[in-house]
Structures are given as C-alpha cells and as structure tokens.
Design a binder for this molecule. Structure first.
Ligand code: ZN
Length: 413
C-alpha cells in the first residue's frame, strides 16, 4: 500500500492522505489568513471523510474543479458539517483568489456524497472502506481502508474520554498500519468532572454578582456540548452563532449522539439568539450566560458580546478550549486585551480557560495504540509530532513522523 501525505502532518490544518492514488482520506483546509490548502489536488476514485471539522473537510469542493467529482463517503452528520463549513468559507473568501472553489463546486461535491454509517463497508476500486466511531464530535470516524493486502487505520481526531455529546471511541478494528492524530500527545487532561465543576462554579459566581458570562465555542461539537453541560447543571443559557445551524442535523441522526433525550432537552432549553446587534447588547446587559461562536474569538457574534461586557470586571469570559498562539483568545489570556474588529481593546472582565477537549491526551492515545502492538504507526496532526512520536513510541512496532508530501510504501510486518 502506498501512502501520500498531502497535508496535516506536522501541523493542525489541511489534513489529506492519499492511499494508492485511489482513496483520498480527508481534504481539509487551514483556517488561517490566507487559508492553507493541501499541497496537491489529486484525482482519486473516491473520497472518505473522517469528520466535519474544517481542517478535515474544508477543501473537498475543490476536488471537482475541472474534473468529474468522485463519490464522497461520510456519515450523515459529517456531510451536514461539510455543507455548513464550506458555505461559510464561500461567505468569507468566495470569489477571491483565496478560495479554490465556487458555490457550484460545493453543490457538485454534495451531489456526489453518499452517507455511510458506522461499521458499514463500501468497496471502491478494490478498496474496502469502513468507518468506526471516533468519539470526537457527532459522526466522527476512524477510517479503515483495506486494499486486500494491507489494512490501514486512519484515526482522524479521536477521544477516548467522556463527553456528553458523543460516546467515546472504543472500536479497535485489526490493522497493519495506523495513522494517528497527536494534538494533545504531550498533555494530560484534567478529569472531566473536575472541569465541569470548575466551569459551573465560575458561571454561578459571576451570575450571583450580577455579571454576564460569555462562553466562546467552536460551532461544530463544542457549542452543543456546552449546552449539554449547562442543561445538566441547570444553567439557563443563550446560544448564538453558526453552531445553532447544526441543531436539527444532529437531532435527525440520533445514533451519532450519546444521549438523544438529553440532547433534545438541552437544545430546547437553550434560548437561540437570531436577532441583530441590539438584541445582543440587551442580552449582554442582563446578567446572562451566552454560548457563542467563535471559540478563539476570531470572529462571529462572540465579539459583539465581548465588546459589550469587556469593561466591567463583574462580567466574565469562559474560554472552553485550547487557544492557538496568535489568536485573539490567546492574546486575551496572555495580556488581558485582544483585537475586537481590528482594534486592540483592554478587557476588565475576568477570563478563565476550561479544558473541554474533544481529543485524547497522551494517556488516551497510548491506550488506543496498545491495541496495535504489531502495527507501523505514523504520527500526524500535531504542532510537535516529533515530540509526540517520542511520547507514543514503544506502543507499536515502529513509530515515525511522515514528511509533508512524502510517499511511503507500507504493508503487514
Ligand atoms: Zn476535529
């Protein structure tokens, strides 16, 4: 089996892996300015997507530019996310040289899509493809590709720990080669119950004092997860931004949720903000809890709320995940000030960070790999994969970091 790494090796963003020049696993973008794309646009017989985050699906519509679109296999929630995220990319960059596809290309790609459930197999040009729950977000999958000689397991983003929205990854299908993500290989997550308890007391303390709590979240997964956390602890919350547009898609596909009833209760309890800035200002003044995109304060309605609440130390910002260096969220944590619509503003509101991660930490990744002692393992999707490979070495037969653009022949030991 030949593997070609077209993106997402020593980086988080633009994940793309081409198998035997035939099956393309993920085709993502890096949501930077300007956006980053895979180093090549291949012509596979089929595309299979691990999950609906921009760094795994964002470049898919560009695959049909100037050629016939191959079938795109993914779970139903992943396909819903592809539509939402690619539409958003068109809104931000469409019609400029920054965007390699058009709305028509997106429609063509979606028309070529075929929904596949967990543990259902499809066969494409002699390759059997099977998806397994990866425990990251609704519809997230480990992708198994079997060409008859070699079984490749591409983990995609995975979580072995507890979340409220999705059940953890437990399937360990036999494989000869593993390509594993390493986002938090060098970290150890605090216990989930402790994170929730700290978040709840931060929110309640702020509200007793009459303040408003802004909870910036990513649209896909984290928005819905935080509403489940709020509902479980009897916290009334407003919800705003792109994450609300996935509520119905996730509701229609309950097999990808951990607890459909809890999901429905959380979504129907949340007050969805559909209004304009005036309504947001009123909410910001009322001592409310607001779950809103974007998670790193790069844009979205979260910035409107932040502008309203930033001057009063009674208010608070609860960051809900890692803040990539250079983002507004990272600046806010480090300096108590961050850019809001192009101008750096001081923030007097209290700021705390809570580790609601949807990725496995070092222990989680090692426990995953213990099922593959004889496999050859490639470590990707991390800022420091050399260190990550070091952390994960010893779990499987051989561990290495592929180069961007590298072509590697692999097979059973
Ligand atoms: Zn992801």
């Amino acid at each position: 089996m030949e593997l070609r790494f077209l993106g997402g090796t020593a980086e988080i963003g633009r994940s793309a892996l081409l198998v035997n020049e035939t099956v393309l696993v993920d085709f993502g973008m890096r949501p930077s300015t300007p956006p980053g794309w895979p180093i090549e646009t291949p012509t596979p017989a089929a595309v299979v997507l691990s999950h609906g985050h921009l760094d795994h699906v964002g470049a898919v519509p560009s695959l049909c530019v100037g050629r016939e679109m191959p079938p795109v296999y993914a779970t139903p929630p992943t396909l819903a996310c592809l539509r939402l995220l690619a539409t958003d990319t068109l809104g931000l960059h469409g019609g400029t040289p920054r965007c390699p596809f058009t709305r028509h290309d997106l429609e063509t790609a979606l028309a070529a899509s075929e929904a596949v459930g967990y543990e259902e197999s499809v066969t494409v040009a002699g390759h059997e493809i099977t998806l397994y729950n990866a425990g990251h977000i609704p519809g997230s999958a480990h992708v198994l590709v079997d060409d008859g000689e070699t079984r490749l397991l591409y983990t995609g983003d995975l979580h072995t720990g507890e979340q409220r929205l999705v059940a953890p990854s437990t399937a360990r299908p036999p494989a000869d080669v593993v390509v594993i993500e390493s986002t938090y290989a060098d970290e150890s997550h605090p216990r989930r119950a402790a994170v929730e308890a700290a978040f709840v007391s931060f929110v309640e303390e702020t509200r007793w004092q009459g303040g408003t709590v802004l909870v910036p979240t990513f649209a896909v997964g984290r928005t819905q997860e935080l509403l489940l956390v709020c509902a479980a602890h009897d916290i009334d919350a407003y919800v705003d931004g792109m994450g609300t547009r996935l509520f119905d898609d996730f509701d229609r596909h309950p097999t990808y949720l951990r607890d459909h009833d809890a999901y429905r209760r959380a979504i129907s309890r949340a007050r969805v903000v559909t209004g304009r800035t005036g309504q947001r200002r009123r909410i910001a003044d009322e001592g409310a809890v607001v779950v809103s995109t974007s998670g790193m304060l790069a844009g979205g309605p979260a910035l409107t709320y932040l502008e309203c609440i930033r001057g009063d130390p009674t208010n608070a910002v609860a960051l809900t995940g890692f803040q990539v260096p250079g983002t507004a969220g990272a600046e806010l944590l480090a300096r108590g000030a961050c850019p809001i619509n192009g101008t750096v503003r001081p923030v007097s509101a209290r700021v705390e960070q809570f580790s609601f991660s949807a990725h496995a930490d070092g222990d989680g990744l090692r426990s995953f790999l213990t099922a593959y002692p004889a496999a050859e393992t490639f470590v990707v999707h991390g800022d420091d994969p050399v260190s990550a490979a070091d952390t994960l070495s010893g779990c499987s037969r051989r561990t290495r970091v592929p180069e961007l653009g590298e072509s590697i022949i692999v097979g059973p030991s």
